[in-house]
Design a protein around this ligand. Sequence first.
Ligand SMILES: Nc1nc2c(c(=O)[nH]1)N[C@H]1C(S)=C(S)[C@@H](COP(=O)(O)OP(=O)(O)OC[C@H]3O[C@@H](n4cnc5c(=O)[nH]c(N)nc54)[C@H](O)[C@@H]3O)O[C@H]1N2
Ligand SMILES: Nc1nc2c(c(=O)[nH]1)N[C@H]1C(S)=C(S)[C@@H](COP(=O)(O)OP(=O)(O)OC[C@H]3O[C@@H](n4cnc5c(=O)[nH]c(N)nc54)[C@H](O)[C@@H]3O)O[C@H]1N2
Ligand code: SF4
Ligand SMILES: [Mo]
Length: 678
Amino acid sequence: MKRTLTVCPYCGTGCMFYLVSDNGRLVGVEPSSSHPVSRGGLCVKGWNAFAFVHHPERLTTPLIRKNGTLEPASWDEALDLVVARLTQIQRQHGADSVMFASSAKATNEENYLLMKLARAVFQTNNIDHCARLCHSSTVTGLAETFGSGAMTNTISCIDETDVIFVIGSNTTEQHPLIGSRIMNAVRSGTRLIVADNRRIRLARQADLHLRHTNGSDVPLLCGMMHVIIAEGLADTKFITTRTENYAALAESVADWTPERSAAETGLEAADIIAAARLYAGAERAMIFYSMGITQHSHGVDNVRCVASLAMLTGNIGRPGTGVNPLRGQNNVQGGCDMGALPDLYSGYQKVSDPENRQKFATAWRVPALPASPGLPLTRAMDAASEGKLFALFVMGENPLISDPDQHHARRALENLELLVVQDIFLTETAALAHVVLPAACYAEKEGTFTNTERRVQHLCKAVEPPGEAKTDGEIICAMAKKAGYDGMSYASQSEVMAEIASLTPSYGGISYDRLAPHGMPWPCPTPEHPGTPILHHEQFTRGRGHFSPVSHSLPREQTDADYPLVLTTGRTYFHWHTGTMTRRTHLLDREEPTSFLELHPDDAARLSIRHRDRLLVTSRRGSIQTEARVTTMVIPGVVFMPFHFAEGAANCLTNNVLDPESSIPEFKVCAVRLEKLP
Ligand SMILES: Nc1nc2c(c(=O)[nH]1)N[C@H]1C(S)=C(S)[C@@H](COP(=O)(O)OP(=O)(O)OC[C@H]3O[C@@H](n4cnc5c(=O)[nH]c(N)nc54)[C@H](O)[C@@H]3O)O[C@H]1N2
Ligand SMILES: Nc1nc2c(c(=O)[nH]1)N[C@H]1C(S)=C(S)[C@@H](COP(=O)(O)OP(=O)(O)OC[C@H]3O[C@@H](n4cnc5c(=O)[nH]c(N)nc54)[C@H](O)[C@@H]3O)O[C@H]1N2
Ligand code: SF4
Ligand SMILES: [Mo]
């Protein structure tokens, strides 16, 4: 038996564990008892993270579509075809007629390499990844207010805080090892406020559970800030020494009396007052938030309000405080850090700045790099439907199931002249591709992932990839070579990290020999620097923290007589997104085998729907069939569905409207009607 220390491939919590293998095959997982986050624990997905690796449906050879069907091909044939078609399409329609979707499942090194391939070799800034669907509103909102869009504090700070405010995060199911840290803290006396209208596990432990209507976080947070200012609970010393633009914020919340906030949120004024007093009264308070805040057409405004609330009470820059956006995928923090974003190089260096372009062009040995920001992923589907985007290269994403408005996404993907999908399984998106490239998974490669608390961790190779599958990094470098670029041959992944460090100030001091055993948090500017667990300690990354007042806007789609219920979408504990890995893991699939919809008993009674009845769910974009779960998890008027299931796919229903500033879709609110099926 061999034990290989590596990083969990599921969520951004970033637990580390040992993969146990016997004769080249994985047989199990053992937690790492000394890991600072997981501390010997794992959730059910971590315990089962070996099971999909040897699944018989893994992709083992490249596939090329011939006469309508995908047929096995050699690597040379497949990569020659991809490079030739990309080049041809660019020649015909311009450099920006192609786009690269990077992957929060891939390593930092691979994200860096794909963004280098897009920018240096194919001369386009059209590169993005699933962070667009997830925390793009955080990146925009916190960059403006603090100067940095990452979690400000550490997971261990949970043990040192007095009050935890969880807003729009189902932490015990989606970041289970962080959720259990919160539960432990509450058991030893930490106070907990939960703002989420589902009765999630944490809500049952909370001192205050605020079940406000979906999309009413701005009124809730403005109401709390109004109370804090009116009752003299603001931290005036912090405001004067550390922040700017306070007067504008104070003016903007002056009308947000608890009564007005109550009317807009559906809460009691007394609860809003109580939440404000509890949060502001603490010596140290932490905010955790996730998709309930970000996935709205006003997601950036939500983030601005969260940032203001923390600054107003001086809850930034100290242990046990902070604004903590929980990053979802195992390496979505790293995907952003590595510049798999249309407007930024690695380390959030703007492509619009000529000095940055010069620096990267020199290092990459190319004459010039493109200046105008590329397309956000969520605008790619429109561009493909409108005949402005002709080729899409997708590494490790499944947009046909994860993008909003599936009919629209399918039409767009089918309209492309070239769709290439590089994945470990033949996903629903891959089934539409012209070329499919078989990738190695996390257990079959070396590299680094950066978790939600900015901790860069090293993963080690445990077993060989199946068949002819290659690592994402190998495939990208082979493509660069075939495109005639000689600046992408590396002897090892640590060499790629050395290049990243040389170009990325926040990773400047990071190298593989410093990462054992459990990684270190960026910013880490020099080889001597110990890493930075807590951001904005003496000053904010941007200097002074900036209060950004917001005005209130409603979700873009409202209910009416034809579509009387609000649909909100999200996740379950057992499944991962589009189910490619978890639905191929027997123990997980057994727990949650199929699509379902939660609805409140009052709505069920009105519509004569019983538990487990088959339902037809219809929105303005499409219909699906699913199964009813009658439960008080949800409030009357709101129904909830996970988006994991290709049959009964929630994203047939969701709305493709975007936040104008961050281009995040409004996954958390659309309008539907239900009919009981015979
Ligand atoms: N098991 C599992 N874990 C995962 C994932 C997975 O697929 N499966 N995905 C990972 C990824 S990439 C991400 S981004 C994270 C997401 O993690 P979370 O954001 O925690 O998960 P969601 O279920 O999308 O939504 C969280 C909560 O937002 C609430 N909500 C909906 N609308 C609103 C609103 O208007 N305001 C407020 N305050 N709350 C609202 C919902 O009721 C829900 O309980 O999870 C990560 N972890
Ligand atoms: N309705 C609704 N839709 C949503 C959301 C929601 O809350 N509601 N949330 C959104 C959010 S936050 C997110 S993050 C997205 C997620 O959307 P996606 O990123 O599209 O979802 P995943 O299923 O995680 O896709 C990851 C893919 O990578 C593959 N993969 C795994 N490991 C590797 C590897 O090492 N290399 C390669 N090349 N491939 C690999 C997997 O097989 C899988 O196909 O969904 C979004 N969609
Ligand atoms: S909490 Fe997240 S990182 Fe930890 S074992 Fe579970 S899925 Fe993996
Ligand atoms: Mo996400």
